[in-house]
Design a binder for this molecule. Structure first.
Ligand code: NAD
Ligand code: ZN
Length: 366
């Protein structure tokens, strides 16, 4: 087992560990230091609970456990479904010392985290991520929230977990496209600040797709370390943390336009990253060869690189205008200075943006 620390707070008083390894779900000694109170609510969903809830209950056996099983899907990441968590907490008379546990992918993690952030103005919570995306990204860093019909993740709060338990064995039951979606966020870390890791991914992509435990553990560790360092530097996204949104301004527009659940988050981010690379090339920062390198890497991971045909320039602009990356009415993008070095900017030519969008629309009928 590997342990990484997310270092937060003045004296490190809000720091927390990320445990990465195999066979970690049923270990009481791992979670015990991070549980407050005696009441524990485990939140999962209809897909993950039958696979892993019993195992996780073993770890929490000494506490008074309640469970909430949510429907499965991004389309349920909303205030109505969130309310069912509050219903369960209030029905069971959970007090402010209770602990919430998120067992599932990013959807369960974001919703449970937001429930923990707002129940009685904030209670303790633990993340047990079970998708690759959640293990390398959403479970770390304290962003929580739900979607609104008019925009993704528009309602939320920062609320850090007390610990994160990433058991790579859970990835064996994951669908292939979900594995690839997680790899998209892994590729992101390399592209924004670590070209050695990018080169490693180019060499080892097939191992990740084959779920080689060593390769997965390495990729999860490098990704979590990258995210932990960035979050420690800039917890509330006033600066460098925004780089983690590479591909997300385009990606969120695709997700919103396609309808929640039709494109996976990581798939939309993959297409968005290639569009960001393309726009960077049009601005003179990347060569055509470098854009091809990004394209090939995404291709190797079986990720899509074309936005839906119906998404023209006006449509993208309309959707991107409600994205959280909009500040003072201006759309901000994460673009490349060079490969392996990204910046946030609102300084781009709209004609070039139009060219990028046109170059990345799927041909009609696809
Ligand atoms: N908070 C953050 O910083 C942050 C960062 C990135 C993404 N996100 C959010 O995360 C969400 C996407 O997360 P996701 O990709 O994990 O999606 P998800 O939570 O929808 O999980 C994907 C699918 O895999 C299933 N699943 C989960 N674990 C499984 C397992 N071990 N075996 C088999 N099936 C399993 C789920 O039930 C679901 O059907 C989005 O809502 C996105 O906005 C948040
Ligand atoms: Zn993301």
């Amino acid at each position: 087992m590997k342990t990484l620390q997310v270092k937060l707070g003045k004296e490190g008083d809000r720091s927390y560990p990320i445990y990465i390894g195999q066979n970690l779900l049923s270990k009481p000694e791992l979670i015990e230091p991070y549980v407050t109170g005696t009441q524990v609510l485990i939140v999962s969903n209809v897909t993950v609970a039958p696979l892993y809830l019993d195992k996780v209950k073993i770890a929490f056996a000494q506490y008074d456990i309640k469970t909430v099983i949510l429907p499965d899907g991004e389309q349920y990441k909303n205030l109505d479904v969130l309310n069912t968590i509050f219903d369960a907490l209030l029905e069971a008379k959970f007090d402010r010392t209770c602990t919430l546990v998120a067992l599932g992918g990013g959807v369960v993690g974001d919703m449970t985290g937001f429930a923990a952030a707002s129940y009685q103005r904030g209670v303790n919570f633990i993340q047990i991520p079970t998708t690759l995306l959640a293990q390398v990204d959403s479970s770390v860093g304290g962003k929580t929230g739900v979607n609104h019909a008019k925009g993704k993740n528009m309602i939320g709060a920062f609320h850090q977990p007390r610990c994160v338990i990433a058991d790579s064995d859970t990835l064996n039951t994951l669908e292939d496209n979900q594995l690839s979606a997680g790899i998209a966020e892994i590729i992101k870390y390399g592209l924004i600040r670590d070209m050695d890791f990018t080169a490693w991914l180019e060499e080892n992509m097939q191992k990740l797709l084959d779920r080689d435990p060593q390769a997965l553990a390495y990729a999860i560790e490098v990704s979590c370390r990258c995210k932990a360092v960035i979050v420690a530097e800039d917890e509330k996204e006033k600066g460098v943390r925004a780089l983690l949104n590479l591909g997300h301004t385009f990606g969120h527009a695709i997700e919103t336009s396609a309808g929640y659940g039709n494109w996976l988050h990581g798939e939309a981010v993959a297409t968005g990253m290639l569009m960001a690379a393309d726009l960077s090339m049009r601005l003179g920062n990347l060569t055509e060869h470098e854009v091809e390198r990004v394209d090939n890497l995404l291709d190797m991971a079986s990720l899509p690189t074309r936005a839906p045909h119906h998404m023209d320039y006006d449509h993208f602009i309309e959707l991107m205008a409600v994205d959280k990356k909009v500040r003072a009415g201006k759309i901000h993008f994460v673009l490349f200075k060079t490969l392996g070095d990204a910046i946030v900017t609102n300084n781009f030519d709209h004609n070039l943006l139009r060219e990028t969008i046109e170059a990345h629309r799927a041909i009609d009928g696809q």
